[in-house]
Design a protein around this ligand. Sequence first.
Ligand code: PBG
Length: 323
Amino acid sequence: MNLPIRPRRNRQSPAIRDLVRETVLTPGNLIYPLFLQEGDENTPISAMPGCQRWCIADLVKEAGEAHALGIPAVVLFPRIPEELKTSGAEECYNDEGLVPRAIRALKAAHPTLAVITDVALDPYNSDGHDGLVSADGSILNDESVEVLCKQALCHARAGADIVAPSDMMDGRVESIREALDDEDFTQVSIMSYTAKYASAYYGPFRGALDSAPKAGDKKTYQMDPANALEALREAAIDEAEGADILMVKPAGPYLDIITRLRDATALPIAAYQVSGEYLMIKAGAAAGWLDEDKVALESLIGIRRAGANMILTYFAKKVAAVL
Ligand code: PBG
């Protein structure tokens, strides 16, 4: 055949481009991470322009606006006052703590909004680690899992729809599932941070919550950025332990991991576009170098194309408004 093959025919008009498009991004794919704090004021987060730490009343308003734009879920990140942080992180399972109060307020105002909570000790732990720290500085696995179960139960009692363990301790998905089922919270889902890498892209987030580790780093529990097979192993374990949704985090620099998990499991995949990924786009736009809306949309469609069903992104509300 001597005819030239012309792929451009499929790109020639908006109508045809609509017909051949392989990936779509809708507000229904987005999860909106929200920071919260005590008191009745909001505090802008300097390292994350456009983000605030909300007081509960305004958190409820912001979540309601996002939900009205079609965003189905929010995920909560509390800033815990320094004086409530302890080496045992006991505040994380206080039923009158900041997170349970926020969950109750959100569910009362917006019953159809799914509320997701982060299960990890770092905001509550005077050591700033996701697990408990022993005298020699190592991170205790099984002792941490016991506390994480109490935290997950506390969130479930307050009305959380999904708990999301972000701590990377071994065996926590199974233990949390058992703890939830024992208390008849069989409908509460587990979104497991399955492949959570020890990433420098979390820097702005830790600043926003004053949650950076006081000593050492997170490399004995979060994954080495060099590893992909290890993510497959973590995915198989979390699936066997009863996770409902598997997460890859960060998202943009780990698109290959999203695709490999997509091919390896039938579970839904979530991807977290983290604070550093957000900040890079914001900084480029603030300098006048990038078109913020277009780059944000392109970054998200890329994450969807890689195989993520849902994306946690600080752009969620803005992008939903554009869509
Ligand atoms: C804590 C947690 C972190 C993020 C979400 N949950 C930080 C960390 O592991 O140090 C990072 C999110 C972001 O950077 O946007 N368990």
